[in-house]
Design a protein. Structure first.
Length: 199
């Protein structure tokens, strides 16, 4: 049949609603972040830096990332529209990246500047980064404050192993499980209607 089942339409709408709820909760926590926030030490992995443009009618034009000691960046994922400057000591295999500067972008309000790179934390500890964001009007936001501030520093917790997970990981898992449970409950309720048409 070519017609769209009303029951499926209802279910699809509810699933979209659950997805919007999850996205909405994430947006409420919008800060400059490096993810994943909990990783295994001494393992090369992909990291993402996301910096939100929060000021109305402005764009983000420059991002500076100061890298903490012991957090070794190996290589980068290309970022179209941005030019990358690398400040480092040494060269070749002995190079240690200390700061990254991205310029030339123009990211509007309610969108994130996104940069990705491969890196490896050298030991089990919490790494704290400093991010400096410049807007099109020349104003600057320093993401260097404590966790409770309006502009907290991004952090990454490196562990010897990931067997126990972390508080942030558990919170995300709990949110996803709750959303999945809601979808299952909705499917169960719709199934109780049997073959009765909802049209």
């Amino acid at each position: 049949m070519n017609g769209f089942n009303p029951r499926r339409r209802c279910l699809a709408g509810l699933i979209v609603g659950v997805t919007a709820l999850v996205v909405g909760v994430g947006s409420a926590w919008a800060h400059a972040r490096i993810s994943p926030v909990v990783v295994e030490a001494k393992q090369l992995q992909l990291f993402s830096l996301a910096v939100p443009t929060e000021k109305d009618n402005l764009t983000t034009t420059k991002i500076e990332l100061t890298v903490p000691q012991g957090f070794g960046i190996d290589s980068f994922v290309p970022t179209p529209g941005w030019k990358r400057e690398v400040q480092q000591t040494g060269s070749g295999e002995n190079a240690v990246i200390q700061k990254l500067i991205w310029t030339g972008g123009s990211v509007p309000t309610e969108e994130d500047s996104l940069f990705q790179f491969l890196a490896s934390p050298s030991s089990s500890k919490t790494y704290t980064f400093a991010v400096r964001q410049t807007y099109s009007d020349g104003s600057v936001v320093d993401w260097t404050g404590p966790e409770s501030s309006d502009s907290p520093s991004p952090t990454v917790e490196a562990k010897a192993s990931l067997g126990g997970g972390g508080s942030s990981t558990l919170a995300i898992v709990a949110l996803v499980v709750a959303g999945a449970a809601l979808v299952v409950a909705i499917v169960g309720l719709l199934s109780r209607n049997g073959g009765r048409s909802l049209a």
